[in-house]
Ligand binder design. Structure first.
Ligand code: ZN
Length: 156
């Protein structure tokens, strides 16, 4: 209609395109029977696959490996006490499949950080915490493997 109208329409289209790319909360994983392998673990595996998020072990390969399936809150639950909304911590975005060994190794993981402003800040934090936990789990696996090899050599 007039010269000013066209750019406005384009702006709206661009805004809608960006909105499509904005991440949304996924909600709490379906709980099933409330256990990991009979419940929420299935929802987490359906979303992420069955490899341990920290050491990469395939937890679906055999029945025995499946018994080692657990689920980890990447940003730890204790963050709720530091002011993080519980819905963020319990969202599927913050859950990953994890082997029981890595889960044990990462017990007591603490982080000191400001509460992010929004989901984009939270997902960036989750990614950096995931990297930090991967490094910690890798280091711990290295030490445990040395312990195992020493033990194995000494028991012969
Ligand atoms: Zn693992």
């Amino acid at each position: 209609m007039n010269a000013g109208r066209e750019p406005t329409r384009i702006d709206i289209v661009e805004t809608e395109t960006e909105a499509d790319a904005v991440p949304v909360w996924l909600g709490r994983p379906a709980q099933g029977d409330g256990t990991c392998r009979g419940g929420y673990g299935a929802a987490v595996v359906a979303y992420y696959g069955a490899d341990c998020a920290y050491c990469g072990r395939d937890l679906s390969e055999t029945y025995e490996s499946w018994l080692d399936l657990s689920v980890d809150h990447v940003v730890p639950r204790n963050a709720v006490g530091a002011g993080f909304p519980a819905e963020w911590i319990e969202d599927l975005h913050n859950h990953v499949p994890c082997c029981r060994a890595c889960n044990e190794f990462l017990n007591g993981f603490r982080m000191a950080t400001e509460v992010p402003a929004d989901i984009i800040g939270f997902l960036a934090l989750r990614d950096s915490v995931l990297e930090a936990k991967r490094a910690r789990a890798e280091d711990r696996h290295r030490r445990e493997r040395q312990n195992y090899q020493r033990w194995k050599a000494g028991s012969r």
